[in-house]
Design a binder for this molecule. Structure first.
Ligand SMILES: Nc1ncnc2c1ncn2[C@@H]1O[C@H](COP(=O)(O)OP(=O)(O)OP(=O)(O)O)[C@@H](O)[C@H]1O
Length: 326
């Protein structure tokens, strides 16, 4: 599938992150295979891909935590491979949930510690840190040891520590994993504001399409280490003109009619419904739609209802990674 890549449109002179020809192999496994990707300031990019697609490896290479087999990474003005220490000051990351925070320290102490690592005197940030913790719903637990918090609160503590470093580039690996609905919503709002109000460049990996569809400007789909698509969420959803329909017909259908509908129209799934029988079908265009309706009429099948299922990012993802239509 050819997609107009975002980096071609943007050029990249002002980019916050520039990844070029990045490859990382582990023995025979090409975990990341010739990936080129730019992220602009103020942009939220979703990194999607099935398990093992190379998302974490790509993020770790971008942070200078892994040395790639080939290619280059620039964060701000810094060449990450040549100069990993200054690169660390440009980019922060939340990896593997809350494993990187200190569980015996309080939430506030953690935030002060990570700000300090960045060369920020935490005494100059008392109000900002209090506001940060309030905005993540941690205000009342700020002086509790992290070990006493719930999993979601630990995760939010890790995020607060990442943000307290005030870097222009932020990588978030599965930031909403394990959060309840309210916390996940708050976090998404927060991520959006960081980009919109503070101009930070944010790359987040997620298996949750709703999070990516809601919060990201752009989605990059990785498959087997390669970029399968790179474009705005709207572009990716719009890649597939085929529409899925849910059709309900009255009564039962003989086996041979069902077989024929599967063969001639690609009818996929059958369900029993209160009104009769329901099936799902993906049709390439209006001609295919009319052909199906005509066929049902000629077979004396009583059509009860037909509703289009709006395509979303999940459909695009499944197509791009060869996992079929939902
Ligand atoms: N340290 C390692 N040694 C050997 N192979 C590795 C190592 N780390 C990752 N891999 C392999 O590299 C490939 C990409 O893994 P990676 O963790 O980057 O994928 P991912 O997209 O983050 O997956 P997930 O969604 O499951 O977290 C996989 O085939 C994985 O088995």
């Amino acid at each position: 599938m050819s997609v107009e890549t975002a980096q071609r449109r943007r050029g990249g002179a002002q980019a916050a992150v520039v990844i070029e020809g990045l490859t990382k192999t582990y023995g025979d496994v090409r975990a990341v295979d010739d990936v080129t990707l730019n992220v602009d300031p103020g942009e939220v990019v979703g990194l999607l891909g099935p398990n093992g697609a190379g998302k974490t490896t790509l993020i770790k290479c971008a942070l200078g935590l892994l040395v790639p087999t080939a290619g280059s990474v620039r964060v701000g003005d810094v060449d990450v491979l040549a100069d990993p220490a200054p690169a660390y000051r440009h980019a922060s990351a939340m990896l593997e949930g809350a494993r990187n925070v200190y569980w015996r320290l309080t939430v506030r102490e953690n935030v002060r510690f990570f700000a300090g690592l960045q060369g920020i005197d935490p005494r100059t940030r008392r109000e900002e840190h209090a506001a940060l913790l309030d905005s993540l719903g941690l205000g009342e637990r700020a002086d509790d040891a992290v070990t006493d918090l719930s999993r979601g609160m630990k995760q939010k503590t890790a995020l607060a520590c990442t943000l307290a470093r005030e870097t222009p580039v932020v990588f978030l690996d599965e930031p909403t994993l394990g959060l309840d609905v309210g916390a996940s919503y708050d976090l998404r709002q927060r991520i959006r504001r960081l980009a919109d109000e503070e101009g930070r460049a944010i790359v987040l990996s997620s298996h949750d399409m709703d999070v990516v569809q809601e919060v990201c400007d752009r989605a990059v789909v990785l498959n087997e280490g390669r970029v399968a698509a790179d474009g705005s969420v709207e572009e990716l959803v719009g890649l597939f003109d085929a529409r899925a329909y849910r059709v309900t017909v009255a009564g039962a259908l003989p086996r041979d009619v069902r077989d024929r509908l599967e063969r001639d129209h690609g009818v996929e799934r059958w369900f029993h419904a209160a009104e009769g029988l329901r099936f799902e079908v993906t049709l390439a265009d209006s001609t295919a739609l009319y052909a199906l309706v005509e066929d049902l009429r000629e077979t004396d099948v009583d059509l009860v209802s037909m509703t289009a299922v709006e395509p979303d990012l999940e459909d695009a993802f499944l197509q791009l990674t060869d996992r079929g239509v939902r």
